[in-house]
Design a protein around this ligand. Structure first.
Ligand code: UDP
Length: 414
């Protein structure tokens, strides 16, 4: 029974806990998306429960984000971090946990919004048992990802099957870019409904501080050329390309350069190993003097780093959407990125930054140098970027499109 007149919806994000700190190995864009969407949906009048798998015995089972929006952690398998590839076997426990929680709390969800293929399976199970409509966001697509890895993991076949099943059986798929829709149609199935609704960013948070103020705050000189990367330490992110590109910059030795590579790394974990690998390359290339690794940058400090940078580099080999580029652009900073996935949609080359082929060190060098050596053009790109984000990528705009979609689906069923 409804406890108020709000419609109840469940966002499911089995491996991406919307209530944790962002920036660690397994905490990235999906966590941000689910939390931002959940909180904004509550503001729009929905009653939002966000379900995730519990990954630490000391975590509270329920986190209340604000009125009408909370995260519920379901105990499914060991209450510790386990890699994504090992989570599927515990997904049936997530289904049971959600059903039990809903019963105990008297929840009657009108719709499920699932995130990533693990949650898609949970959603399809709940659809089968409770006959609920589903909206799904992929966040990453196996059919695309496995093209760029040498040895697909053991879970690959199952993942591909579930990604096809959700496309054909969900009430609607939310593709975050036209490129994703094309991939779904050409690589997964011609059946099923797809609507394009991008990811968003907080345009009040990013863009809240000027270039000069940000430089002062971080103690960087106005003369320095600052190249900024932020994100997970994962080989797929292409940090090696960035480092090699900077090593060949024509500005080296002529202009003051500073390379900031932000993101969490933990010794002994896979992000720590990638950080070590990158640090060695930095040393070998003689870049140690100009490179710094500030570690995880907390959300409240991120706008300052983005604003202080002359260019934000996103050298990913594959990027389904990419929140970092839109955060940079909302901060008025041009992006040099790989021409892959969502970046082809969010970054307009020659207008809000430059897109180059992934893994192409020389092309990255040239693009970075072009922007750094023309401050006036840099400012123009930054202004264009900010404008594009205001017009198309605010969370408010994105969430109101999702809210309309939910209402249409729910009303069709009545
Ligand atoms: N992030 C952060 N602090 C860090 C590293 C990353 O807040 O130290 C955030 C970043 O701002 C972005 C998200 O983590 O919002 C990464 O999302 P993206 O889509 O760019 O990449 P993913 O991690 O999903 O591959």
């Amino acid at each position: 029974m409804n406890t108020n007149n709000r419609q109840q919806i469940a966002l499911i994000s089995v491996h991406g806990d919307p209530a944790v700190d962002i920036g660690g190995e397994e905490a990235g864009g999906q966590n941000v998306y689910v939390r931002q969407v959940g909180e904004a949906l509550a503001q729009l009048g929905w009653e939002v429960d966000m379900f995730t798998r519990k990954t630490d015995v000391n975590q509270p089972n329920i986190v209340q984000h604000q009125d009408h929006c909370r995260t519920i952690r379901i105990s499914a398998g060991p209450e510790t971090f386990i890699p994504r590839q090992e989570i599927f076997e515990h997904c049936d426990r997530v289904v049971e946990g959600i059903i039990k929680f809903a019963r105990q709390e008297g929840r009657e969800y009108s719709l499920l919004h699932t995130n990533y293929w693990l949650s898609a399976w949970v959603g399809l199970e709940l659809q089968r048992r409770l006959s609920l409509p589903i909206v799904h966001t992929y966040h990453s697509l196996g059919a695309v990802k496995y093209k760029s890895v040498q040895e697909p993991p053991q879970t690959a076949t199952r993942r591909l099957e579930i990604e096809k099943a959700i496309l054909e059986n969900a009430n609607c798929i939310v593709a975050t870019s036209p490129q994703e829709e094309e991939n779904l149609r050409s690589l997964v199935s011609s059946r099923g409904n797809i609507e394009i609704i991008p990811c968003g960013t907080n345009i009040n948070h990013f863009g809240s501080i000027s270039y000069q103020q940000a430089r002062e705050k971080l103690g960087f000189s106005p003369k320095e050329n600052i190249i900024f990367y932020i994100g997970r330490f994962d080989p797929r992110k292409g940090i090696e390309t960035l480092v090699r590109a900077v090593a060949n910059s024509k500005l080296r030795g002529q202009e003051p350069l500073r390379l900031i590579i932000g993101g969490a790394y933990r010794p002994g974990q896979s992000d720590g190993e990638e950080k070590e690998r990158i640090s060695k390359i930095v040393e070998e290339l003689g870049l140690s003097d100009i490179t710094e690794f500030p570690g995880r940058i907390a959300d409240e400090n991120l706008p300052t780093y983005f604003a202080a940078a002359d260019v934000c580099v996103v050298p990913s080999h594959y990027e389904p959407f990419g929140l970092v580029p839109i955060e940079a652009m909302a901060s008025g900073t041009p992006v040099v990125g790989s021409a892959v996935g969502g970046l082809n949609f969010t970054v307009v080359s020659e207008e809000t930054g430059l897109l180059v082929p992934p893994k192409d060190n020389a092309a990255f060098t040239e693009a970075i140098d072009r922007i750094l050596s023309d401050p006036q053009w840099r400012n123009q790109l930054g202004e264009n970027a900010r404008k594009r984000m205001e017009e198309k990528f605010s969370w408010e705009g994105v969430t109101s499109q999702l809210s309309d979609l939910y209402s249409r689906i729910i009303n069709q069923r009545v």
